[in-house]
Design a protein around this ligand. Structure first.
Ligand SMILES: C[S@@+](CC[C@H](N)C(=O)[O-])C[C@H]1O[C@@H](n2cnc3c(N)ncnc32)[C@H](O)[C@@H]1O
Length: 251
């Protein structure tokens, strides 16, 4: 608990100790501006791309109202950093990655289960010809995307989710040409029944088991605009305000 949560500025704490709540601290409702470390100069074609992705502008890509939509600017920066000429996008959702590729003139194979393409099915995976792959899978059942049992968000347990997630990662690796890059955006998830599920850890574990190598720093993406930010919870926890983009190379 932070100092604020153990004062009567926190209405739930105040109720617990039988006191009247004060006005909440202003920072709970207003943006906070933090000073970020200085970026070292280097030869990157995208110098503002660092391990802290804090841009609040999502860009005009995909549909912001689609559940789990992610902004396109991070995808754009990664495609430009790696100089990608082709991209495999098997969980396109509202088409964010597809729209970025269209703008950059990059060939993009986009599909999604809602169009009938199961990304965990190896028989539907294109051959090893792409130099970049972008996936933003469901964070298990944090958001339910459909009633289709093949949907990763429908997996009945953590082990069942991880079994299918491994198939997904294996298929993405198979679609990459040697030397290609797989970028996975994933977040940890606190499930009501299963407890805290460290999905970022599992992503790396599974990717390494499949022979992929991490080829750059994790990118911590600040979760601007997450629907959970506006909610009020009765329980006490440390809010997660980020997800993680992990970069793997096919050797
Ligand atoms: C987090 S959303 C992706 C949102 C996307 N990044 C955007 O900006 O709109 C996850 C997507 O995975 C899809 N999905 C879930 N299971 C799938 C599967 N087995 N094969 C293909 N797509 C799947 C869902 O339909 C959903 O669109």
């Amino acid at each position: 608990m932070t100092a604020t949560q153990t004062t009567t500025a926190n209405p739930f704490y105040a109720a617990r100790i039988g006191r009247k709540a004060e006005q909440p601290e202003p920072y709970l409702d207003q943006p906070v501006y933090a000073k970020l470390p200085r970026v070292p100069r280097n030869a990157s074609p995208v110098p503002h791309l660092t391990s802290l992705y804090h841009f609040s502008r999502a860009g005009e890509y995909g549909d912001r109202s689609y559940p789990g939509n992610c902004g396109g600017n991070l995808i754009k920066d990664l495609l430009r950093f790696y100089g990608a000429k082709s991209c495999y996008d098997p969980m396109t959702g509202s088409g964010t990655c597809r729209d970025v590729c269209r703008e950059l003139g990059i060939y993009c194979w986009s599909s999604d289960l809602r169009e009938g393409m199961d990304a965990c099915d190896a028989t539907r995976t294109p051959p090893d010809c792409f130099d970049f792959c972008w996936i933003h899978p469901p964070y298990w059942r944090q958001k339910i995307y459909s009633g289709n049992p093949l949907d990763l968000s429908q997996a009945p347990s953590v082990p069942a989710f991880l079994d299918r997630y491994k198939l997904l990662l294996a298929n993405c690796a198979a679609a990459l040409a040697p030397g290609g890059t797989l970028a996975v955006l994933m977040g940890d998830y606190n499930d009501r029944e299963a407890g805290f599920v460290p999905l970022v850890y599992h992503t790396k574990r599974l990717a390494f088991e499949l022979g992929l190598k991490q080829n750059g720093t994790d990118i911590i993406r600040f979760s601007h605009g997450a629907s959970s930010s506006k909610k009020i919870y009765r329980s006490s926890f440390i809010p997660g305000l980020h997800d993680v983009c992990m970069l793997f190379a096919k050797s």
